[in-house]
Design a protein around this ligand. Structure first.
Ligand code: EPZ
Length: 439
């Protein structure tokens, strides 16, 4: 598979594509399967690299995993869970952040877990202190080794009270996965409540867990002794759907995204409409298109759910380079998520980065040395360039820019996109994009 695309841009993308289960949910549901006393079945699973990585991690721990790619059905049997070889777990390090979420289930099943140094996109420091503090609160002992972290809990985990300093998605999932089998009650305050987390709560409830979610970001979990296998259909990938929607806007195109689910995309759809994009919601998906006329500059600020997702920011920025006037984007979730704009500048955009909080919120990054606000002066014609993909969402945004730009671009490192976008080259062809793979 070629890692470099030569893209001939300036043509509207049009046609129909389908998105399947969410990249930021499916691996977590796969980890939950470890907690069952029998097999679990997950449907609507996309063929993306993160699913491969987690399948291999589960296999390393003795789980039998079968994946019917065509049907998108994953069957996981954890009956014979065992400790993985440290060297083998380590070989998977660097490619995913999911290993940290195996801690709770492995502590319940085996009394110990080993976590290699974590990978994932380079979009900020991405520490794991909330995760480790949560595990400590349940009674686990953490030992730092040169190759990673060893966590033990020979006497089991005990329910506890945890308050997250920030509504972290991963730390909320960590706490849920540890609490469901812990002895007694756990109260988690300051939890993240993203739709992907609510879908994980649904999975755990199907397995026999007792979980209640309050409107004030408090989640209460009553630990139970035994959990069962589950059958579940993954919620749709709202980041992928928004990425294709942004591509429709930036290329003046018209894309029907089958599987896009309006209730999980309300905030995105509001922004899309304010910029001047059009959409129509159907039972089986959403049609997104550029209705002609000028796109409008806006002010937008990322935030935890129900705010505007940070993962929507990068594709939307490409569309905003084509809007009339001055747009302001304040990134409040990650301190370093504007690295991708460097390549956009090479393609002719006028984007300036600022350390100040250019929004209504003073965020955690105020008075710190992070360029986390952007001002975009538009519209600027985009022209082809040679670009190297920096991370998953930034990478897809580069691809959108190359498709919108006049002339030819060489986009290197597209393999990264396969981490989270199923069959993206095939989908580009379905949308009549003009590109070729080069060696
Ligand atoms: C998840 O990452 C997603 N990844 C990210 O998607 C997404 O951007 C993010 O949630 C926010 O929605 C997966 O689900 C695999 P966090 P996660 O913990 O869980 C800080 C994509 O492109 N923090 O909510 O790792 C952290 O540095 C990816 O699909 C700590 O300080 O994100 C960040 O500033 C990228 N200490 C903020 O919290 C911790 O221990 C939110 O991170 C944990 C997090």
């Amino acid at each position: 598979m070629s890692d470099v695309l030569r893209v001939h841009g300036g043509r509207p993308l049009h046609g129909r594509i389908k998105v399947r289960g969410a990249k930021n949910f499916v691996p977590k549901a796969m980890v939950a399967a470890l907690l069952g006393n029998g097999p679990s079945v997950l449907r609507n699973v996309p063929l993306i690299r993160d699913v491969d990585v987690v399948s291999n991690l589960l296999r390393l721990h003795g789980v039998k995993v079968d994946f019917d790619h065509e049907a998108g059905t994953l069957t996981m049997d954890p009956t014979n869970v065992e400790s993985g070889q440290v060297s083998e777990i380590d070989a998977l390090a660097g490619s995913s952040r999911i290993p940290i979420l195996l801690c709770g289930p492995l502590l319940h099943r085996l009394g110990e877990a080993f976590i290699p140094d974590l990978g994932g996109c380079n979009i900020g420091g991405r520490p794991i202190d909330f995760h480790l503090n949560s595990l400590r609160a349940f009674g686990a002992t953490i030992e730092k080794l040169s190759s990673g972290i060893r966590i033990t809990a020979p006497n089991g985990l005990v329910g506890t009270q945890i308050e997250l300093p920030y509504p972290s998605v991963g730390a909320t999932e960590q706490t849920l996965l540890a609490a469901v089998n812990a002895r007694g009650l756990t109260e988690l305050r300051g939890a993240a409540v993203e739709p992907e987390i609510m879908d994980l709560v649904s999975v755990l409830q199907k397995m026999g867990a007792i979980i209640s979610v309050d409107t004030d970001r408090t989640i209460r979990i009553e630990g139970v002794d035994e959990l069962y296998g589950y059958r579940h259909t993954a919620l749709s990938d709202r980041i992928e759907a928004a990425s294709w929607a942004s591509a429709a806007l930036a290329t003046k195109g018209d894309i029907f995204v089958a599987g896009a689910h309006q209730p999980d995309m309300t905030t995105f759809l509001n922004v899309y409409r304010k910029i001047g994009g059009a959409f129509d919601v159907f039972d089986d998906g959403i049609r997104f298109w550029h209705p002609g006329g000028d796109l409008k500059a806006i002010m937008m600020e990322t935030n935890v759910h129900p705010g505007l997702m940070t993962d929507w920011q990068q594709p939307l920025v490409v569309a905003l380079t084509q809007a009339h006037g001055l747009s302001i984007v304040h990134e409040t979730v990650y301190e370093n998520r504007f690295g991708f704009t460097e390549a956009l500048r090479k393609m002719g955009t006028n984007i300036q980065l600022y350390r100040e909080c250019l929004g209504s919120l003073q965020c955690r990054f105020a008075q710190k040395n992070y360029e986390h606000s952007a001002v975009i002066f538009g519209p600027t014609p985009l022209h082809g360039a040679d670009i190297v993909i920096p991370d998953l969402r930034g990478g897809f945004s580069h691809l959108i820019a190359a498709l919108a730009a006049e002339g030819t671009s060489t986009v290197s490192g597209v393999d990264t996109i396969s981490r989270g976008y199923e069959h993206f080259k095939q989908k580009l062809r379905q949308l009549h994009a003009d590109f070729e793979e080069i060696d």
